[in-house]
Design a protein around this ligand. Sequence first.
Ligand code: ADP
Length: 262
Amino acid sequence: MRLTVKNLSFSYPGKDVLKNVDFNSNHKEFLCVLGPNGSGKSTLVKCIEGLLPTQNDCIFLDNKSITNLNRVEKAKLIGYVSQNNEQLFADTVFDTVLMGRKPYYSWHSSDKDIEVTANVIRHLELEDLAMRPFNELSGGQQQRVIIARALAQEPKLLLLDEPTSALDISHQLEVMEILKNLVKTHDISVIMVIHDLNMASRYADNLVLMKDGMIHSQGSANEILTEENLALVYGVEAEIYCHSGVVSVSPIKRIPSRNKLN
Ligand code: ADP
């Protein structure tokens, strides 16, 4: 499903954050959103998901405006994995993933809901954990369950806000591989906010770089992860390498006059 964001602006009380944001993500694309702290990445995904209100007709899926869809209609199209998953579910892994089917049933889950839940659990290799309480799992396992819950919604677009930030390097790679594989094998597009430029470069099809509530640039890792962009957007001097076609960034030092903490 193709996402188009057109001229999206958003303000919190007394603070303008997103300013005329325009960008697209393509069908079955894995897109990573990058940018310094406070540049508006989380606000952007919350606006797309509908957690924050937006003006009419600025977010489109396959050219149809989604602004006026209700929560249930939206939940069937868009899954969201937020930054904070500290709400600890006492439920089993199976029941936690089944919660993702909520947009499809009102009281009792159907055979189809159980089947989709079981399939997602199998796909994310969670079978051995299915009957364990969610809150007894490790951080990496919990993150897989949270992603599984979002996938049980059968969304066409999956939004994730820094899903790897609390994970060790092996579990970070695991989550990135799951998402990359998902885009290959399923009818789904993924948009992920991430700080790790090298992970984004290795796994994403395309990158969006944000600065001060605006899209600074969008394109391939080659186009986006340049010394000039890193200096301008992050205020950081970095060396850029390319090994076997994968661009990698090695930060050298901050450029004091340009560096600001939000
Ligand atoms: P990022 O995800 O890039 O770090 P955010 O979207 O979280 O950026 O924040 C963008 C700006 O909006 C920041 O200056 C932040 O302080 C501000 N902000 C975020 N959430 C709120 C809120 N609930 N109320 C007021 N300002 C907020």
